[in-house]
Design a protein around this ligand. Structure first.
Ligand code: C2E
Ligand code: CA
Ligand code: CA
Length: 680
């Protein structure tokens, strides 16, 4: 523990510029500062080693404080009446904390008199709060005059710096700052703080001969001491060594911003260090290109050769790439087998060439321990200027180019083209707008009629979601639904759809004297969400609707995932009496085995099979219709655009159809006209 021998504690306590004192548990005064003299009229010599005279009933007060301070080591009293030497009453708030100096336990008291100039500042309050810690930990002490010339320095600090005190006296104390930080804003910040006669507390790098390999950091509290006319007369500084903590912080920091294997910047580090460079590049009309490259199937290499080989490979890749890349470029390493390069100064064509060569270079065999390993490398690259303004977004674009390339095949180089760039911007725009659309109710529904194949009669509708955006115009569901799905916005949107569509159905059914159904598209996430069953239950109860008039369309691909749970959920829905339909049938990979076990009522044959029949008269369509019928399902054909198609369907067992030939999706008022005019 730190010794207080070298600390002029009186100076410290005087420096607080707030009336304060230190008493032992019996109430005997051990320290009494100048401000307390002024406030209460008692001189230091009069009170030291006597019972604290300012408290009315000292014994009683001590009894009250002890349990209080046991619980809260730092406490504040309400405004209390204290005694002045001349018999008058001094009202003040007292700040109290338990405290020990040289093994003497006691209370530290600071008094904030009523009407005391400016209220206590946060710094002062904090200082009071940390008083104990400061005294305990302060090992180093120095004082300087108003010009910042050192007037006093304690032996421990001299020892830390490694020179006798005479060398320091008269020198500016800013010279103590570690030379490698001389240009650092830290000195400026401190100077600035001190000119406003505020207390400054912070960490400062100090020259020290005792710290050879690392830098010595002191946590310093610098207190300006004011003369009677309010001018700064002196600075006192108290400090303790935080080098170890600082080093740990730096290590943790390093790990957060670097790849721990290669030591290259990771994505977070890259963005932190280079985010501003985009601004510079923009200002100077410069170039900046971001490329990401990935070892194809790195996971497999790692698993088959072991992580020792995998790690060595990653290090060798770094070396090989760094030797090859131009000086001006920056290599980084986000994770595993994924690396990146920031290209400054090179033209697009040069980058293009460089990436080709880099790929070639990295696809030459690596010799690792006794293995020879050949890799294939995929690359994604984005050029700046681009439609984006942040390094983060450039990174994301390079990433999606990389993944797009990987979908085509391994070993690809994919550049973000102008089209991709624009599409990307649009996507980001749409993502932002989606939240708003939901809040501001910019969604609406259109309804596409569905007809019976035998009678041509209207039998129901499919509700289709629409979104009109003020600037982007009409956005097709195929564009925004996948985004909403990704952003978890689809559940609230879809819940709104089903509620709205069923309300309409309820309103329209009385307009005709035959049954009408409503089909609603259910997204996979909605289907899986817990709230979905509740929504269905509520609709059934509140709308007083026959649930079998409502058809829930789920896509075939959903049906194929998690079959056990899917079947359980389907049964739950069936118990509520809703009808279930498999949408886009034929495009997924349903096995017949599964199809038989699903409690579904309907199959919607995807338009591709109709198109197929139209172009090649293939039998596939008939086979699928037959399949559906043999499973006892209602079969719907989607996307009928042509009379020849319709005529053919009429010859099959298909039950109903939808399509532009008879009707496009329409607005509700159009539906009402259709129903009331008996047009169909
Ligand atoms: P889907 O469920 O297969 O819907 C049928 C799509 O085919 C609709 O496109 C419809 O306008 C279109 N269509 C109908 N008849 C014809 C035709 O004769 N020819 C052609 N070429 N197209 C026809 P839309 O409205 O653009 O919807 C696209 C997809 O968006 C829907 O495909 C569905 O998967 C999804 N979707 C629409 N509304 C919702 C919704 O409320 N929730 C969810 N989760 N998805 C929806
Ligand atoms: Ca559908
Ligand atoms: Ca469909």
């Amino acid at each position: 523990m730190t010794s207080l021998r070298d600390l002029p504690i009186d100076t410290f306590i005087d420096a607080l510029s707030i009336p304060c004192c230190y008493i032992d548990f019996d109430g005997t005064v051990l320290l009494w500062n100048e401000q307390a003299e002024t406030l209460f009229g008692w001189e230091r010599d009069e009170v030291l080693h006597h019972a604290l005279p300012v408290v009315q009933h000292l014994e009683q007060a001590l009894e009250t404080w002890s349990p209080l301070l046991l619980q809260y080591p730092f406490s504040t009293t309400a405004l209390t009446a204290f005694k002045h030497k001349n018999g008058s009453v001094v009202y003040a708030t007292a700040y109290l904390q338990t405290f020990s100096i040289n093994d003497v336990n006691g209370y530290f008291l600071a008094f904030l008199p009523k009407g005391f100039g400016p209220l206590i500042s946060t710094e002062q309050f904090n200082l009071l709060h940390h008083f104990q810690a400061m005294i305990e930990h302060s090992t180093y002490y120095l004082a300087a005059n108003a010009r910042g010339e050192i007037t006093e320095i304690n032996p421990l600090l001299c020892d830390l710096i490694g020179a006798p005190d005479q060398q320091f006296i008269g020198r500016n104390w800013f010279e103590l700052i570690h030379p490698s930080f001389e240009d650092d804003p830290i000195a400026g910040v401190v100077r600035q703080a001190l000119t406003t006669d505020q207390i400054w507390n912070g960490e400062m790098p100090i020259r020290s001969q005792r710290h050879v390999t690392n830098i010595c950091w002191l946590n310093l509290t610098i207190v300006p001491i004011l003369s009677e006319d309010g001018e700064i007369a002196q600075y006192t500084a108290f400090g303790f060594d935080v080098s170890d903590k600082k080093r740990l912080e730096q290590e943790v920091n390093y790990l957060a911003y670097h790849n721990d294997l290669t030591g290259l910047l990771n994505k977070k580090g890259l963005l932190r260090q280079y985010a501003h460079s985009l601004t510079d590049v923009k200002e100077h009309n410069g170039l900046l290109h971001v490329a990401l490259f990935d070892i194809d199937r790195f996971k497999i290499i790692n698993e088959s050769f072991g992580s020792r080989v995998g790690n060595e490979l990653l290090l060798q890749i770094k070396d090989r790439a760094e030797r090859f890349l131009p000086q001006s470029s920056v290599m980084f390493h986000p994770s595993g087998g994924l690396y990146g390069i920031l290209f400054f100064e090179q033209s697009k064509e040069e980058v293009f060439q460089l990436l080709r060569q880099l790929q070639h270079e990295l696809q030459r065999p690596f010799r690792i321990y006794h293995h020879s390993i050949m890799l294939s490398i995929s690359i994604g690259c984005v050029f700046y200027p681009s439609a984006t303004n942040s390094l983060d977004e450039l990174y994301t674009r390079a990433e999606s180019a990389l993944f797009k390339g990987k979908r085509i095949g391994v070993g690809t180089i994919q550049f973000v083209t102008k089209d991709m760039d624009d599409a990307f911007s649009r996507q980001i725009h749409i993502e932002k707008a989606l939240y708003q659309a939901l809040e501001e109710k910019h969604f609406y529904l259109e309804y596409q009629p569905k007809f019976d194949l035998k009678t041509d009669k209207l039998i129901g509708f499919e509700a289709l979601l629409r979104w009109h955006h003020d600037q982007l115009g009409q956005i097709p569901p195929s564009e925004f639904i996948p985004l909403a799905e990704e952003m978890a916005l689809i559940v609230p949107i879809n819940n709104w759809v089903i509620l709205e569509a069923t309300k309409q159905l309820k309103a329209w059914q009385p307009l005709v004297n035959h049954p009408l159904s409503m089909a609603v598209n259910i997204s996979p996430n909605q289907f899986r969400s817990e709230s979905f069953i509740n929504t269905l239950r509520n609709i059934k109860q509140q709308l007083d609707l026959n649930p079998s008039d409502v058809i829930l369309e789920i896509t075939e691909s959903l049906v194929m995932q998690q079959t056990e749970e899917t079947i359980a959920r389907m049964n739950q829905i069936k118990r509520l009496d809703y009808r279930l339909s498999i949408d886009d049938f034929g495009t997924g990979f349903s096995s017949l085995q599964y199809l038989k076990s699903f409690p579904v009522d309907e199959l919607k044959i995807d338009k591709v099979f109709l198109d197929d029949w139209m172009t090649s008269k293939s039998h596939l369509l008939d086979v699928i219709v037959h399949l559906g019928k043999s499973l006892n399902l209602h079969v719907v054909a989607e996307g009928v655009e042509d009379q020849i198609m319709l005529d053919h369907l009429k010859e099959t067992d298909c039950d109903s159809f939808q399509g532009f030939l008879y009707a496009k999706p329409m607005a509700p008022d159009q539906v009402v006209r259709l129903l009331t005019n008996n047009e169909i």
